[in-house]
Ligand binder design. Sequence first.
Ligand code: NAD
Length: 261
Amino acid sequence: MTDPIRIAILGAAGRMGRALIDALPQHGTLRLGAALDRAEAAGQNQEVAAGVPLSADLAAQTGNFDVLIDFTRPEGTLAALDSCVAARRGMVIGTTGFSSEQRARIEAAAQRIPICMSGNFSIGVNLCLALVEHAARVLGERFDIEVIEAHHRHKVDAPSGTALMLGEAAARGAGVTLAEQAVYAREGHTGARAANTIGFSTIRGGDVVGDHSVLFLGDGERIEITHKASNRANFANGALRAAAWLQGRPAGLYSMTDVLA
Ligand code: NAD
């Protein structure tokens, strides 16, 4: 029997961290090696699972894991990059809301270690990405494309990483560049809708885990591709599957599409 892959969870005290700890026993090839969060996080030094206390010192824990799964904030991810590069540990990055400079730092680190990064680790959302790209290619410019997303009141970035991925998929299918065609806000006298743009609308409130719809609005008909997450287990299971897949891969920046291929 091969040794289990040892996982570190960064952000272990958070919503996704807890979902990962709950889902881990269902993944027989994985075991928890380290649980990490900020020094201020509740539960420091207390066990999150048998024999694994919550710790704030990532550098001191690199001997206890093979792959780190990160669901924190961009500054948490970037701080972890250096330790993982130095110790040659792979990373699964689920955190969202990176600036282009922060993303460039992750790309640079991926030249040294394997990194799997996705704004959404659910298998259903990854299927929707393929459906949206196909729909945009078939429907062409006679259909206007709008992305609507809803999340719980605690979410700090907008639009969601998933909404941006869906927008990218739609742009690829439509043959346009999202950075040039995205409309992230409308207010006041906006004028008529510009052709070939991709609009985004954001809803925040309550305990919504994550709803996303891509609308293709034509004359006389409209198509809607919708995904609704009702718990975080689907993200956690996808991230754990990515961690198992990543172990032993060469350095590079991988996505969930690579894991599911
Ligand atoms: P959360 O606020 O419940 O948890 C975040 C945790 O990270 C907290 O425990 C916090 O103390 C910790 N943290 C923050 N900054 C840190 C730092 N600098 N160093 C170490 N730990 C730090 O948030 P959440 O709902 O679990 O979401 C976390 C991230 O994951 C967000 O960016 C969210 O958008 C993203 N997310 C991604 C997916 C996906 O499938 N990719 C799914 C859900 C959430």
